[in-house]
Design a protein around this ligand. Structure first.
Ligand SMILES: Nc1nc2c(ncn2[C@@H]2O[C@H](COP(=O)(O)OP(=O)(O)OP(=O)(O)O)[C@@H](O)[C@H]2O)c(=O)[nH]1
Length: 334
């Protein structure tokens, strides 16, 4: 008689933890004053895949709060003067992007009042101490999903804001932005007694360039001119594409003499661009000085436009500027 050995029961697979299946990605600020419980928590947080910065007070946390963070995990009672509740309140009171940083509170089961006050102050969620690692993981996972969705929305919102104030072809500011910003710049200049100059730059015979060489070539010309403007008038100045082949530059702190020099340099640079056929520009210039009668932005713009009209009518490829002579203003060709 043969005896057969019974088949062995299969060994149960060791249970895989959720963070072994999917690790969390993000930077977490952990605020906890007890070093012993902090060590255990940090151990788990790192196992989950998070980059952890541990501090023991809300004061320290507030100091290092930065946009690189994705989450805050905080105990209610902390070393220092501020509690976890104060930390939540201060984060939510910020006027920047960090006001929406997700906050997870650590509380003991009996601290019902603290839990409620933290949630009412804007904490997103809480977890009881001592926590179950899988519960902590799940709550952090959900808050990170919220953070990532918010960041995506924020980036899109910024891109939309940028698009709404810029011109698609040249990337310069558009007319709407100019019309919003220039009056404020003028007001600032006036209240501090600084001069401000305005240039209206218009390409000459651009219709001919378009008609003879095509719209695409015209576009390339516009881009080249826009780049020249950006190189010539950096940062502090406001440069906008006003319309078709017309650009406006607001020169903050420049008087009419400085504006004339800069406009003439610009005119020469545009004429010497490596374009075939070469393109030229006419420029109308005006300025507001502290000792002159005050004008609003629309009036300054009209002045620069009148000067431009004169530059065009007297042959193009030139600059024309207003000058105040014995309390009378007139246009001349510097
Ligand atoms: N390629 C291109 N052309 C444009 C754009 N916007 C406007 N234009 C063209 O710019 C030309 C402007 O012509 P006009 O206003 O007659 O001015 P101009 O020919 O430069 O004449 P002056 O200003 O008097 O020297 C028109 O042919 C428009 O079609 C654009 O975004 N791209």
């Amino acid at each position: 008689m043969t005896t057969s050995t019974p088949p062995m029961a299969p060994r149960p697979e060791p249970e895989r933890k959720p963070w072994e299946e999917q690790s969390l990605r993000g930077r977490l600020l952990f605020v906890e004053d007890s070093q012993t419980s902090a060590a255990v928590t940090v151990h788990y947080l790192e196992q989950f895949g998070l980059q952890v910065r541990h501090v023991t007070t809300a004061e320290e946390a507030l100091q290092i709060l930065g946009s690189e963070l994705d989450l805050v995990l905080s105990d209610f009672f902390l070393d220092g003067r501020l509690t976890g509740l104060d930390l939540v309140k201060r984060i939510r009171a910020r006027d920047d992007d960090l006001a929406l940083l997700p906050v997870l509170m650590l509380t003991s089961a009996e601290e019902t009042d603290h839990r409620i006050s933290s949630l009412r102050a804007g904490a997103n969620d809480f977890v009881y101490k001592p926590f179950h690692p899988e519960e902590l993981y799940a709550r952090l996972h959900n808050l990170l999903a919220l953070r990532h969705a918010y960041k995506k929305l924020y980036t899109q919102k910024k891109a939309m804001e940028r698009l709404s104030v810029t011109d698609g072809l040249t990337n310069l500011y558009n007319k709407r932005f100019l019309n919003n910003e220039a009056p404020a710049l003028l007001e600032q200049a006036r209240s501090t007694g600084r001069p401000l100059a305005l240039l209206v730059v218009d390409l000459d015979h651009f219709k001919y360039i378009n008609d003879s060489f095509g719209h695409e070539y015209g576009d390339r010309t516009l881009k080249a001119v826009a780049q020249t403007l950006e190189e010539e008038f950096q940062e502090v100045d406001l440069i906008a594409r006003y319309g078709g082949e017309e650009f406006v530059v607001v020169l903050d702190q420049a008087d009419i003499g400085q504006a004339v020099l800069r406009a003439e340099r610009l005119r020469r640079r545009i004429a010497s661009l490596a374009l075939a056929p070469p393109v030229t520009a006419s420029v109308g210039i005006t300025a507001q000085h502290a000792d002159q009668p005050g004008r609003d932005y629309e009036q300054l713009f009209r002045e620069a436009d009148q000067a431009l009209y004169k530059a065009k009518n007297s042959g193009r490829d030139r600059i024309a500027a207003w000058a105040w002579v014995h309390n009378r203003a007139e246009i001349h060709f510097p």
